[in-house]
Every structure is written in C-alpha cells, then in structure tokens.
Design a protein around this ligand. Structure first.
Ligand code: H79
Length: 480
C-alpha cells in the first residue's frame, strides 16, 4: 500500500508496525494504478432487474439503509425464489461492451471494475463451479466478463472484477435455508471461481474483494492464488476484514476506504474511494438523488488532492444500458478531464496537509495545480510553499498566458491574480510552476475546509455519519 521498499519489508519482519505489504519485493505492478487516479465501477446483476423493489415494496433506501443490490437480503428472499424469479428474466439485449468501454474512455477513466459476483451469489461469467451463472441460469447465455475484458484490452482500459468472497447469500449456508454449501464447500467454490477469473480473461488488473471475513488463513490463500496466477493484479484491502490490522493484510495493495468516503485528510498510502452518482450502487427505479456534474468534477479533484483514486459507480438497467443521467455526467466530467487531466493523472496529493477556502492542490514534478472550486475574484491565495513560483497559467489556456504572481516570504504566501469571472465554474485549474522541486514549509498552518467533519454543522448535510463522509449530493463545505 505504501510504496514498498526493502527497508519497510525488513521493518515488518522485525515486527515494527508498518502498513507496507511485503509479499513482493517491488511494487511496479502499482504504477499504472497510481497514475490512473480515476476508474469506473459497475454494479450489475440479477438485482438490477428488481431495481430496488420486491413485491411492490421499495427496498432501495437512502444512504444508511441497504442499497438496491441488497434486495435479496433486505426483502428476505429465499435463494430459490430469488433465482426462479429473476434469472429467467435476465436478458439484457441492449448490452454492448463496446459502448460501456467507450464511455469509460470518453469519461477519462483509466480502469474498469465490474461485479462478477455480488453478495447475491450470481456469477456474471462462465463458471463450472456453480450453475448459478449467466450461461446456465439465464436466457442471455453470453459471458459478460469475457466481452468486457476483451473490449477493455482492445481499447486500452485496465480491466478488473469485484468479487464478493465472503458474503454469498445464495451458495453459502444460511440458517434458514437448506441445500446451501458448508463453509468448506463454499471455499472450494471461491477457489474455482478465482481460478477461472484469473485464467480465462486475459490480463486481470484489479481484484476488488469486498467485506472480508475474519479468517486470515482463507484470505491469505485467496491472495496468494491471485499473485500466482496474475502477479500484476492489484488487490483490494477488502480481501481482509477491517478488524485485521493493516500490517497483517499481506496481499492488500491498496487501502479501500469505506464506501463513499473521502478521507478527512490527505492519505500517504495507496488508497481508493468508491462513490455512487446517486444513493444506490445497483440500478434503482426511483432514486433521483443525482449528484451534479460539478459535484463529480469537484469530488474527483478533492480525491486527487487527498491522494486517493476515485472509483465512480454506474448501475446499468436490466436491459444493459448505462443510464442517460450517468452517461451525461460522465461525458461532462470527461470533457473537463480532456482539458485538465494533467492536474489529475500521475499527480500525488497536496504538498500541504490542509486545503483552502477556494479548493485544493495536486502536484507533479515542479508544478502544483490549484483546483479552484469556489472562485475568488480578489485572487487565489495559498500559504505553505516556499519560494516564488516562476509561472502561473490556466490549464485550459493553450497559450499558457502568464497570470500575475505575488509572493510574501513572511508566511510564504503566494497570490495569483485572476479575472472577475471563473473560466470554469465547476473547477478552474491554475498550473503554478516552480524553478525547483516543490518545497512545503513544515511549519505551515492551515485546515481542511472541504468534506470535513466540521461540515456536519452545515445545513446541507442531513445524514452525515462521520468524518469526511460524503453522503449526499451537493457541495459540502464548512460555512464561512
Ligand atoms: O457493493 C457495494 C455494497 O453493496 C457493498 N460494498 C459496496 C461497494 C457493501 N457490502 N456491505 N456493505 C456494503 C456494508 C453494508 C452495510 C449495510 Fe446494512 C447495509 C448497512 C445497511 C444496509 C446490513 C444490513 C447491515 C445493516 C443492515
């Protein structure tokens, strides 16, 4: 998770607490992932047909309650009934891998992760481990994972799968259901599924496990199998239970933050936040809590500034369409990325451990990027970086016309003069170049203003549950 070094590996051998994973001597398999910064998450399966409803009742709750892909659990549907009702209806004739992958590309996303098996146990791929899969149990009989992995390879997008390795309400023994598998039998099914996913789909770039159990032995075995069959795959920390201390998570390459959470401060280890565009992950018929285009552009910038990748979710409909509301937003953010991508891809977190009233910073080489989310005609001011920059310009300006810079050595306060109107009200990026490597003043003082616990006091937040958590659409910022 941290950039692994021999030193950190030795440190953990000596039982010195460290968050570094050291099952591998180098972490070159993480390079593309670190640079990518932005990916597409896809929640799609039998639950998409239910769309958050069962027998006329709405189960796709607002945040804090179960999301639409949880309907089997929320409506207490027995496995047999769930399968017999939904599997024969799974015939998404509009599904077109090329369309989905092209959209991810146009959105500026560099990787894609789809639910190959969610907690309902249904497999979207061809498997011999169970007949509860798209080929054997549905009229569709097309291997979704194969079509998407082939198309991603063609279009140069990294491909990965979400796989629910612990929760499986269909196959795994549940007290109220007979005929389900024992733990031992279930672990064999997982092993077979993983072997198939890791062997039959070309390069598997991400293994996105979810809600790990407490058993280190089984998690380690599953992680080891991934390393063996796909040594370059990037493994999600949710292979392990959150109760397992980080230093014992041997095969976790990145820290997966709790669902829909932006960390309250910048992260120093490889981290990712997964986020919905409305309340639900899986398709929901009635959820209209869409985040705005600005929310998404803003959130992407704040993720990069806190040093986390953003895995942004779509929940396609039962016919296989990514919703118009989703593609509109993705394309708009993609147009912003086409102009401003330099300030996101390959950047690292803010050089200072705070953000600003106007927004936040990312950095790369000798440049910092000011993501101005709230315009200040009187000038964009920041402290904490030592020395006067040599040049500042709008990233959207192909001529890179210089903006006037002033610098006060006392407190290292830099101000960039800007016009009255924001060139881009969603997020105007100002590139600020220095002659030498960026030097942060270790004494610099500042605080976080965007998506912080203090935002709880803000009336925009109705149901925030904790530090840095973003639960509702709309900019969340401490009141001035
Ligand atoms: O796939 C998405 C979610 O379905 C999955 N992770 C993301 C990426 C997820 N699995 N578990 N959780 C999220 C935690 C869910 C906890 C809750 Fe509940 C579900 C809280 C409320 C509903 C279970 C049922 C605990 C309380 C009631």
């Amino acid at each position: 998770m941290k950039r692994k070094t021999l030193i950190s590996c030795f440190a953990s051998l000596l039982l010195i607490p460290s968050t570094a994973r050291c099952d591998q001597q180098d972490d070159s398999h993480m390079e593309w992932w670190r640079d990518a910064r932005y990916g597409m998450f896809i929640h799609w399966g039998l639950y998409s047909i239910a769309g958050g409803e069962w027998k006329g009742k709405d189960y796709g709750k607002e945040q804090g309650g179960a999301s639409a892909e949880w309907v089997m659990n929320s409506a207490k549907i027995p496995g047999k009934e769930y399968r017999e009702t939904l599997a024969p209806q799974f015939n998404p004739t509009d599904f077109d891998a090329k369309k989905w992958v092209s959209l991810a590309k146009e959105a500026g996303m560099k990787y894609m992760v789809i639910t190959s098996k969610h907690h309902d146990g249904f497999c979207l791929f061809d498997t011999d481990a169970t007949d509860y899969n798209v080929m054997d149990a549905t009229p569709f009989k097309r291997d979704i994972i194969k079509e998407l992995s082939d198309e991603c390879a063609k279009q140069g997008i990294k491909f990965g799968v979400y796989y629910s390795q612990f929760k499986d309400w269909y196959h795994r023994s549940r007290a109220r259901e007979k005929g389900t598998l024992t733990t031992e039998e279930y672990l064999k099914l997982v092993e077979k599924n993983l072997d198939e996913l890791l062997s039959n789909y070309g390069e598997m770039s991400v293994l996105w496990f979810d809600t790990g159990g407490n058993d280190l032995v089984e998690a380690d075995a599953q992680g080891a199998r991934v390393r063996e069959l796909q040594p370059n795959a990037v493994i999600c920390s949710r292979l392990y239970s959150r109760k397992v201390p980080a230093e014992k998570q041997k095969f976790a390459d990145f820290n997966s933050l709790p669902d829909r959470m932006l960390p309250a401060t910048r992260m120093t280890e490889d981290s990712e936040t997964c986020m919905t565009m409305r309340h639900n992950w899986g398709y929901d018929r009635t959820d209209d809590a869409w985040k705005s285009e600005k929310d998404i552009v803003e959130f992407l910038a704040l993720c990069a500034a806190r040093g986390v990748n953003l895995l942004l979710n779509v929940g396609p409909d039962p016919k296989g369409n990514i919703l118009p509301e989703e593609s509109e937003r993705l394309k708009a953010a993609g147009a912003w990325m086409a102009v401003n991508g330099e300030s996101i891809y390959g950047t690292t977190s803010s050089p200072v451990d705070f953000d600003f009233w106007w927004g936040a910073m990312t950095q790369k080489d000798k440049t910092v990027y000011l993501h101005v989310l709230e315009w200040k005609p009187e000038g964009i001011e920041f402290n904490g970086l030592i020395g006067k920059p040599v040049k500042a310009y709008f990233l959207s300006d192909s001529e890179k016309k210089p903006l006037t810079i002033s610098y006060k050595a006392d407190g290292h306060v830099t101000t960039i003069e800007v016009p009255e109107e924001a060139p881009d009200a969603r997020n105007t990026v100002i590139a600020v170049e220095y002659a030498d490597a960026i030097a942060a003043d270790p004494e610099a003082k500042g605080k976080y203003h965007w998506y912080t616990t203090r935002a709880k006091r803000h009336t925009d937040i109705r149901k925030s549950r904790g530090a840095g958590e973003h639960k509702l659409p709309g900019a969340v910022k401490e009141a001035r």
